[in-house]
Design a protein around this ligand. Structure first.
Ligand code: TXA
Ligand code: MG
Length: 325
């Protein structure tokens, strides 16, 4: 089992020795290792069972650390950074040579984020080196939003978990590609909503909305190798539908937004936000998926959330969780 700790200095020292540390961020827990050391980065891929064509996000504590990882910060990126960093936004920019190719899966660009969780920020400052961190789950599975979730899936594969409590945002960061010239592209909806981004910089490209069946062969798949159609999946099959009744006999679970009108027909019911608050729903999403997944159900039924604010990120994760290729 991994050791669950709260001392940032212990975690920072472990990272500097080349060990892996799972740590809290405001979005989900990350599986961290020093991004500049290829051996360490290779272990991140190995521990997660992640294909090396899917690049990692590099985490830094401030803009000057970010600057060292890219050829330049385009003006639009600077504008976004000053509004949303630290926070749940990842910017993809042209990489500097010092970023190992393994981190970016050979792409000429690198994904960078300054997280806002105070524990993550203190850790990054103490390490003093950029930290590559994918979500701390097995590849393709549900992301962890508590230290216990990390322990469940990766506890026998890593040494340390830096506990910072449950993640407040609950879905991963928004990933935006920022070309040197031209319009940014939304590669993954996440913790900063499209509305907030467009209010600041105007309309952006959203090929993330293309049908999932097209995703693998589409240009965005090359731009965002992580946008695989099946992802975020519980082991129990999940269906996006209406919640009128279980689709077949058996023990079904429900993952509902505000309420579940026929709750008595289901073996397990999770309601994410009785008040209809999408931010609250996102914060509880992955934990609810895990609870349902642990009950040996025949299937999980969920609904389409409003396609606005954090609802876009929730729908994206649910579509991928439901996808059976
Ligand atoms: O909230 C988050 O972003 C969390 C926390 C730990 O920071 N991290 C996270 O990492 O979700 P991961 O590895 O699960 O997702 C990273 C996403 C993937 O879809 C990957 O393909 C994309 O970012 N990505 C990374 N580098 C990229 C690059 N150079 N170009 C395009 N997409 C990139
Ligand atoms: Mg992930």
């Amino acid at each position: 089992m991994a050791r669950v700790i709260t001392e940032v200095s212990t975690a920072a020292a472990a990272l500097r020795r080349g060990e892996l540390v799972a740590f809290a961020t405001e979005t989900v827990y990350g599986l961290g290792g020093v991004a500049l050391w290829p051996d360490t980065v290779a272990r991140i891929f190995e521990v997660k069972g992640r294909p090396t064509f899917d690049p990692l996000i590099v985490h830094v504590p401030d803009l000057s650390a970010a600057q060292k990882l890219v050829t330049k910060i385009p003006p639009l990126a600077a504008q976004l950074a000053s509004r949303f960093w630290p926070g749940p936004l990842t910017l993809v920019m042209e990489k500097a040579t010092q970023v190992p190719d393994l981190v970016t899966s050979g792409l000429p660009s690198v994904a960078i984020r300054i997280p806002s969780h105070p524990v993550a920020l203190r850790l990054l400052r103490e390490v003093g080196l950029p930290v590559a961190a994918p979500s701390a789950n097995l590849f393709g599975r549900v992301s962890p939003t508590t230290a216990a979730h990390v322990q469940d899936q990766l506890g026998d594969r890593i040494e340390w978990i830096l506990d910072g409590g449950p993640c407040a945002v609950g879905v991963e960061s928004t990933v935006l590609n920022i070309p040197e010239n031209g319009c940014p592209t939304l590669l993954r909806p996440g913790g900063v909503s499209l509305e907030e981004i467009e209010a600041l910089i105007g309309p952006i490209n959203q090929p993330a909305e293309i049908a999932l069946t097209q995703v693998e062969s589409s240009p965005v798949a090359q731009l965002a190798p992580g946008s695989l159609p099946q992802h975020y999946a519980p082991l129990t099959s999940i269906t996006v539908s209406d919640l009128a009744a279980p689709p077949s006999p058996g023990r079904w679970g429900v993952l509902a937004f505000r309420d579940c009108p026929h709750a008595d027909q289901y073996a397990a019911v999770e309601v994410l936000s009785p008040d209809g608050n999408l931010t609250q729903a996102a914060a509880g999403l992955f934990a609810a998926m895990r609870r349902l997944d642990s009950q040996g159900l025949d299937g999980i039924l969920t609904e389409r959330f409003p396609e606005e604010g954090l609802g876009r990120a929730i729908n994206d994760r649910l579509r991928r969780a439901a996808f059976r290729g």
